[in-house]
Design a protein around this ligand. Sequence first.
Ligand code: NAD
Ligand code: UDX
Length: 467
Amino acid sequence: MVKIKNICCIGAGYVGGPTMAVLALKCPDIRVVVVDANAARIDAWNQDDLTQLPVYEPGLAEVVAEARGRNLFFSKDVDQGIREADMVFISVNTPTKTYGEGKGMAADLKWVELCARQIAAVATTSKIVVEKSTLPVRTAQAIKDILHNSQSKISFQVLSNPEFLAEGTAIQDLLRPDRVLIGGDQSPEGKVAIQALASIYAAWVPEEKILTTNLWSSELSKLTANAFLAQRVSSINSISELCEATGADVDDVAKAIGMDSRIGSKFLKASVGFGGSCFKKDILNLVYICRSYQLHEVADYWEQVIRINDHQTERFAKQIIKSLYNTVNGKKIAFLGWAFKKDTNDTRESAAIYVADYLLDECAHVVVYDPKVPKEKIYADLDFLGTRSSEENRKLVEVVDSAYAACADAAAVAILTEWDEFVVLDWNQIYSTMKQPATLFDGRNILNGEQLEKIGFRFQGIGKAAL
Ligand code: NAD
Ligand code: UDX
């Protein structure tokens, strides 16, 4: 059995950082070095103040505090990290392509390919290369080609080990995963590599939860898992619109269907729309792959999951405009939350960005409060859309540091992220500081509409009786 002593992870982001921190915590005999081309990110991982790590995740600071400097290191020297490792994880970003063939659909594998080339260029000893990034099925073939065509005579094994953590619960997900999936070549050398990685996880994951497959099943399982999860959200969100039209309550419907053990109760929370860096890009990628194999009906089926999500977000913005007498021009609208879900500072593809963009097109004055997202990130998200100039975004959008400040003088409040602190706000006080009639749009169904209506709010939840 090959015993791994040195691991290098390329990519110190939302996956690389927490994943390697937990691995280092659980395997004190393995030296784990996380490297990144972004020097500022490495500096942030190395700083003394653990409340300022580049990734916010409950429990992460404690894990980093224990492992960092013991057997967990963050370094800017990518070459050295690769050279010293027996196993190299590739955990870099794989966003949707913004140019050329497959623009807006395919995954951009530029950074993954760069990693493979860099490993091939600097390696002086044999290595197991592990795909941790989410990749289109058969990417391992491209990585193998690059590694094996390098000048050196070094041997490489490529494994697929997709990451299933969800942000906000990453540390718990990593400590107690539903399963760990390892795909590899079914050759004797491939099986040895699979076992080497499986034995690392065996330090804290029960054996029956460590699944091994061939490379293609592993790669495809990751895209499929995200597609199924997102599909559940789009399914309940589609029903939420029907609930609003008919007087049914989507939370009641979700409970009733979720108690059927064949359906299950998780991931049935109607919302303003799913966000995050994964769902949209991974489904677009799945759709692109299906089309490239001429599987158009399959592609259309999955594409609809995204169409419903876009529709849900737009519908939420339109509801705000409609209920404010069809004009939001110059009206102050408070946004509570900007992150794509609670307990993370990540805003990628957050529904809040798109709802804001829609309202800003209608000349609304949007005031945002989020407990973890910095002001500059909010402006950067809006600037990235390119809908209007950066000066205009700064003129129309204000970012404040409390929910009460955001809501004062507002015509409407919209809950965009389900942060726990929003549930326990003093809504009586907020009501008294708002313009009347005060309207509250709960895009996460976290508040009790009946109680808020008693205070005097005009209340609209997702999939609840329409205003
Ligand atoms: P991220 O953008 O937070 O981090 C990626 C990091 O890789 C960046 O810091 C970037 O500087 C670095 N990088 C890129 N190319 C590099 C190179 N050639 N050399 C050195 N560093 C390089 O991305 P993420 O959210 O951590 O996601 C990484 C991968 O994991 C993606 O494929 C994603 O789909 C997948 N994934 C993400 C999540 C999630 O919740 N974020 C969950 C499961 C899987
Ligand atoms: C997702 C997958 O869950 C995870 O396994 C994968 O590794 C990465 O992608 P993440 O995007 O971090 O994780 O969070 P997730 O909890 O899946 O939520 C995604 C989005 O769906 C969020 O915007 C969330 O608010 C929304 N959502 C989720 C709902 O609107 N309703 C639900 O019932 C569940």
